[in-house]
Design a binder for this molecule. Structure first.
Ligand SMILES: [Zn+2]
Length: 61
């Protein structure tokens, strides 16, 4: 089984992990109901997509 020849130094490890941070999610306000939603997605509370298009949000009916 392959074993690393040298141990990874803390600096090398931290430099490798410098790209692993998560970016905050982008969010916009729904122009229909004002709820926070993801851009280019239907609103999760009212189903608004764009003027003239609205999708059903999963309700109990
Ligand atoms: Zn909405």
């Amino acid at each position: 089984m392959g074993v690393p020849c040298f141990r990874t130094s803390p600096a090398r490890k931290n430099k490798r992990r410098s790209h692993l941070a998560l970016k905050p999610k982008n969010s916009v306000q729904c122009p229909n109901c004002g709820n926070v939603k993801l851009p280019h997605r239907a609103c999760s509370s009212c189903g608004y997509v764009r003027p003239g298009l609205q999708v059903n949000v999963g309700g109990d009916s």
